[in-house]
Write a new protein. Sequence first.
Length: 525
Amino acid sequence: MKFKIQTLLALVLPFFSFAQDQGIDQIIDEKFGEATGWFVNFIFYQIQFTEEIKVFWVLFPLIIGATYFTIYFKFINFRGILTSINIVRGKYDSIDHHETMEAAGDATPGGDSIETIAVEGHEGEVSHFQALTAALSATVGLGNIAGVAIAVSIGGAGATFWMIVAGLLGMASKFVECTLGVKYRDIDEHGVVYGGPMYYLTKGLKSKGLEKLGKILAVLFAIFVIGGSFGGGNMFQVNQAFQLVENITGGEASVLHGKGWLFGVIMAALVGVVIIGGIKKIAKVTDKIVPFMVVIYVTASLFVIFTNINMIGDAFGQIFDGAFSPEGVAGGAIGVLVQGFRRAAFSNEAGIGSASIAHSAVKTKYAASEGMVALLEPFIDTVVVCTMTALVLIITGNVNAANASLNDAQAILLTSGAFESAISWFPYVLTIAVVLFAFSTMISWSYYGFQGWAYLFGRSKKMEYTYKIIFCLFVIVGSAASLGSVIGFSDAMIFAMMVPNMIGIVILAPKVKKELDRYLSAIRK
């Protein structure tokens, strides 16, 4: 295996260097765009409301679904926060040690948690905290830094308010999909967990008499999650990390200028070392990296905010005024709302289904316990981290229409400049944080993609290593190539995951309600 990887690298690395000199990567990107443009245009088709306002249709299922779950589960996203924190703290761990079959849930066709516990004696692979950090590592990242900058540049400060609203509503969607991820997971004879929408769509809908629909939706999701793992969860991350590293080391004068492939090789090696070990190895890395980088980023944000404490009132005033009476902002109030919801959806992935794959590996006999943990995710990602970024941008005066045409790479530099205006040396720290954000996102998305790959092609070691080698090669491609069309396609793949997932979780919501009642009853006892 080691020899094969070395041989493959020896063949492809000279091509990347040559491609950058000759612009071949740009030609490939253009051809790729021509071939996949129809799919991207469909997923990101915009419904025209007025001359100025266009809304992506994919936002409607996400917003409507999150609102429905919030009401259906009696505002679990608010009343369940304290319980969720206690679960992460380990307060209710003893409940999982009670040998009661009732706790595991009712049996369903195809096997679920009750059967895996009864027959195989396995309960999962990682703790509640590790599952949370593994999922957070895939969502807390460049969307919180670059995405927020784009949202407030286009939608003004008011977009921040709607990002917060979207994050709060998204907590309910995360609760539902992650509860289902645990309830319908598969655990093999070695204790390895296979979970996520592929499994709850297949087995959950079969229990509802919708077996054919479940299989179709599961296959579609698996295809989309593989595509998303190679693109948005891999190439985009390493590409943007390289842009910031190159900029901080001198831009065109940097020793790394034109050597994106070299940065990619280093990142691919680091990613490869982690992902070969599976979810246990990933969780051991993310439960250290994620808290560390979130603390660094939030601390720096708070420093900027509190050194300008006299401006906080005005900043929140701009946020609330801009949310309902935006003057001079393109698209008016609806345009501001759309920007807020769009960027929140890109950032926290609530309703997309991806996080349920990481959460399904948790050690528990109660599916709803992990759903409760998962609802903290959009709160941390969007309500806390995204709001911090927005406040820094507003306070430092970086919210204006002149930045409305920024792409993600430029938006990262805008955020970096905002921090630099208050902390001269912070761009260096931010660069390290962005690389860590990108790294942690890649290793978590490799797990997501592999789960889809295993569902379609089998769980053999040969299939596992095939996927992981391809994933590492895409790390090198991502850092070396121009990615306009590729990133558009990969973003479309990630949003496409929402379609089969949202259909399934709406149908299976009553199952989740039973699991929630069972778990809360166990806590009361």
